[in-house]
Design a protein around this ligand. Sequence first.
Ligand code: 6MZ
Length: 349
Amino acid sequence: MDLDLDRFCRELPKIELHAHLNGSLSRSTMLQLQRYYADAGISDETNAFFDEFQIGAGDTRNLSDCFQVFNIAHALTSTPETLKLATTLTLQEFQEDGCCYIELRSTPRDTSHMTKRQYIDTIVQAMQKSSQSLSIISLLIVSINRSNSISEAEEIADLAIEYHKKFPNVVVGLELSGNPGCGKFENFVKIFSKTRTAGLKVTLHCGEISNPEEILQMIQFKPDRIGHGTCIHPKFGGTDDVWEALCKSGIPVEVCLTSNVNTKSAPDYSSHHFKYLYDANIPVILCTDDKGVFATSLSQEYRICLDTFLLDKVKIASLALNAIKYIFAEDKRKLLSDKVQNFIDKNCV
Ligand code: 6MZ
């Protein structure tokens, strides 16, 4: 390993635009959360499943299996106190990894200790508090799970609108995620149209499995970004039509290399669809997806990308610089661009 490049990827100020809170919990964060439950006398019942949380390289589980592991994290973030701690520790870890801006996403859920409203409120508070001690800029994208009922999704969307009005600099978007084999985008279109009219940005998990009809509906909806885009190119289960639609749309794609490889959505790094997106000049943003589950970090994703696709320092740093064009906090673009450009000027001679 070239240590110099490792350090370059770590110190490069990076932008994270696709990270699910409960998939991002590190082992050390989970241990702290467990300790909290033990001290509070609440049984969390996660001990037996702890080792199942991580889906590392070579794991036999695939994409549809991976959705079960989030229950383990959910058992550890079921109270306002632990959700707050999980948010704070996760933001800290992203900062330590050289990330200067993050749009963290999470699905509000009712638990026996809090409501969906308290769930959003807790994360917003944790982000505001963290901004006093951390330099990383953090914002929240509220998630709807494809398995949510329509009435549940409406409730979440209304809360997202309410919190966007109260905290426009924190709650910035709504996204659709969850097991791509469940639910249909068309059932959620009205909800996303309503939140968009209210000023929230939209990002959609799109084409995680082959479903050209839905991919086309999503592209025609013109989201601000899409996540994954795995099965859009004809080589990966897409069609010429959907690929052409994506190319014409200019919609940026949040790419999660290790997540796709570890869930076997991509056979290996070198045949990952990143190459096709990049070569077609479709804007790509390197992201982690679930750094805890997939045992990765944002700097590791940059390093893997550099090695696999033989990019040089300027090209890899340009990925971070270009990502800034697609962040939802438009007022932060100048500040962040100056920061990344400064780093490039100093380190890419
Ligand atoms: C689709 C995913 C995902 O929201 O509880 N999630 N949805 N595809 C993926 N690729 C692997 N990874 C995570 O974080 C966990 C939730 O994020 C979504 C799932 O709905 C999962 O339950 P939060 O913070």
